[in-house]
Design a protein around this ligand. Sequence first.
Ligand code: HGY
Ligand code: MN
Ligand code: MN
Length: 410
Amino acid sequence: MMSVTTQEISEIVDWLAQYGYQGEDQGMIRLLYTPEWLAAQNALKERFEQAGMTTEFDAVGNLKGTFVGSDPAAGAVASGSHVDTVVNGGKLDGALGIEAAFLAMKDLVATHGQPKKSLSVVSMAEEEGSRFPYVFWGSKSLFDLEDSSQMANVQDNDGVKFVDAMRSCGFDFREGHNTLMDGVTNWLEFHIEQGNTLEMEGKQVGIVHGIVGQRRYDIRLVGEANHAGTTMMRYRHDVVEAYARIVSQSIAKAKAEGDPLVLTFGKVEVKPNVVNVVPGEMTFTMDCRHTDKDFLVRFSDGIVSDMRAICKEMGIEIEVDNWMDEDPVPMDDDMTAVIQKACQDCGLNALDMHSGAGHDSQIIAKHIPSGMIFVPSIKGVSHNPAEATKVEDIKEGIDALEAALYALAY
Ligand code: HGY
Ligand code: MN
Ligand code: MN
């Protein structure tokens, strides 16, 4: 067993990356319901079928490929991740989880024949929230949790409506129960760590015991656009000054709290964004994460009230939209034990750790016993064209994935 080769890994990573790769500097852009997204899903479907899998799309565009098991009553073991990327991301975030599951399952069937439980690889439609302000659209749809009423008027930065983009790819809102994950008894997600802990600790794989909670916000400030030359400083309602005070004060508070709290102001748009105009309006985002739910709520609520106080003092209006609020989620103990034994059997030195990144598994784990395997990210870099993992590390991780899938499905 364990004969997935580094050549197979390199080939499939570059093969799937062709759908949305923008070159070395721009990296990957494969956003939900874009032509490159659809091409990737259809190419995966074809590749799954060529390998002897049955395939199925659900209403919104989640794809599943299955090696059918000998005992239909025994259910299925599923593994996979999300096919969408961030803007200017890497080739591995999400995609590698789909590729690793496919290669591991294909090798298991080639080595051991038909499994008792079916083996299913899932290519989730969307996880990042990079095109539309909604995350986990794919995994939430699997469990009838997606809120389609929230999407009716949602559009991307170019004004393309979510509904139109979805229907242009031949998909639509779900009607009734989503059956794609019916009968799945165990879930495993293989993912790059996206941090530098494994590299710093000299470990080959990470066994994830829990995923952080995260809260994401869109914030809008309205001050007063004015002449940069004639408006004295004391008469200004300058939204960028307010933003600068908010960000520096909030980041200082986050640093004072220390790990594992993280706080990010990742996106900012200023209007009119002109050199000689005092900025009158702006929107920006905030992303706050922690492993402890109560602390996350307390800290992030505190930051929002600080924002309001600064804006009140400066005579600036503020609107806060907390559009994402996901709890920290533990992985299943039995699944973690299966992964630990698989790593031991493969002679890998594993690290028990939490995930600072959000993953589909934090949605799936609430419905199906779930576990995650991490492989190291070189220099901890991710969400960046330079995102990379040594192919030998990926192979060792897939060995552990394969051993875990064998223990669960044969
Ligand atoms: O943002 C995240 O944590 C994930 O990569 N979507
Ligand atoms: Mn990501
Ligand atoms: Mn991811």
